[in-house]
Design a protein around this ligand. Sequence first.
Ligand code: NAP
Length: 284
Amino acid sequence: MKWAALLGNPLGHTLSPLIHQAAFQQVGMEGTYIPIQVKEGYLEEVVTGLCFMENLLGFNVTVPFKEAIKRLMDFSSREVDLIGAVNTVKRGEDKLIGYNTDWSGFLAALDETWGTKWEGKRTLVLGGGGAARAVIYALYIRKATKILVATRSQVKGERLKEELPWSSLEVIPFQREAIERALNEADLLVNATPVGLKGEEMPFSLKSTKKEGMVMDLIYNPPITPLLREAKEQGLRYSNGLSMLLYQALEAFYIWTGKRPDPHPIKALLENWEKLQEQPKNLR
Ligand SMILES: NC(=O)c1ccc[n+]([C@@H]2O[C@H](COP(=O)([O-])OP(=O)(O)OC[C@H]3O[C@@H](n4cnc5c(N)ncnc54)[C@H](OP(=O)(O)O)[C@@H]3O)[C@@H](O)[C@H]2O)c1
C-alpha cells in the first residue's frame, strides 16, 4: 500500500484525508493519507525519517512549516523559488522535491468561481504568510493590475515586497481605515489570514466595497466566516476556501501518482460535508 501525509501543527480538523482517500479509490490505487502533527523544532528529524519510508509517495506541508521546509528540499520547482513556500513534497528515489500547489489551487478556484479575466482588476489580499504569497503569485499570473497586501507587521510587509519583487505589490497596514479605503477601489478581496477560523470578526466593515465586488475567504471550516456573512448581507459575491482546498490537493495527488481523478465526485463529497456543517451539532 502507498501512502501520503500532511505535516503541520496544529492540524485541527482537516478534510485532506477525505479528498485523497477518494482520489486513491477513484484511480483504483491502494493508498491512504495520514495527518502527522509534528512537534515544533523537530521538522528536520521527522522529514529525515520519512525519506526512508519506501512506500511513501510524498507529503503536504501546512502551518507553520511551509517556509521552513524549503531548506530541506534537494530540488524545488520554479514556483517555489518565486513564491518562497512549499506545500507539497514528492519523495523521489533518494531525493525530496518541493512544489507549491496552493497557487494553482487558488487559481483554479478563482477561474471556476468568477472566470479568468483579471487584467485591469484591483485586488486586496489580507495577510502575508504562505497562502498570501501563493495568492499573490496567482493574481500576478492573471495580470491583476493592482495587488494591495494588508499586513499587521510593517517589517514583514516590507520583507514580502523584497522577496516577491516580480509582483509590484503595495503594502498597507492591517487597520480599519487603510483597509476600508482600499475596499473603495478593490474588485476582489481575499482573506489569507486565520481571522475567522474561530468565528472572529474582521476589524473593518465591507460597507465601502464596490457593489460588484467579490470576496474570497481561504478558510473553509467554518464554511461561512463572519467576513463571508457580511459579504452576503452586503449583496457581494463571495466564496470560501473549499474549492482551493480541492484543487491544490488534486494537483499534489497528480505530482505523487501521475494520475488526475475527476474532481466532480470529490467536490460533491465536500459539498455534503459543507451542508452537514450548517446543521446544529447534535444532528450531525
Ligand atoms: N483553502 C485552502 O486550500 C487553504 C490553503 C492554504 C491556507 N489556507 C488558509 O489560509 C490562512 C492562512 O494560511 P497560511 O498558510 O498563509 O498561514 P501563515 O503562513 O501562518 O500566515 C498567516 C498570515 O496571517 C497573518 N495573521 C495572523 N493572525 C492575524 C490577525 N489576527 N490579524 C491580522 N493578520 C493576522 C499573519 O501575520 P504575522 O506574520 O504577523 O503573524 C500572516 O501574515 C489559514 O486560515 C489557512 O487555513 C487555506
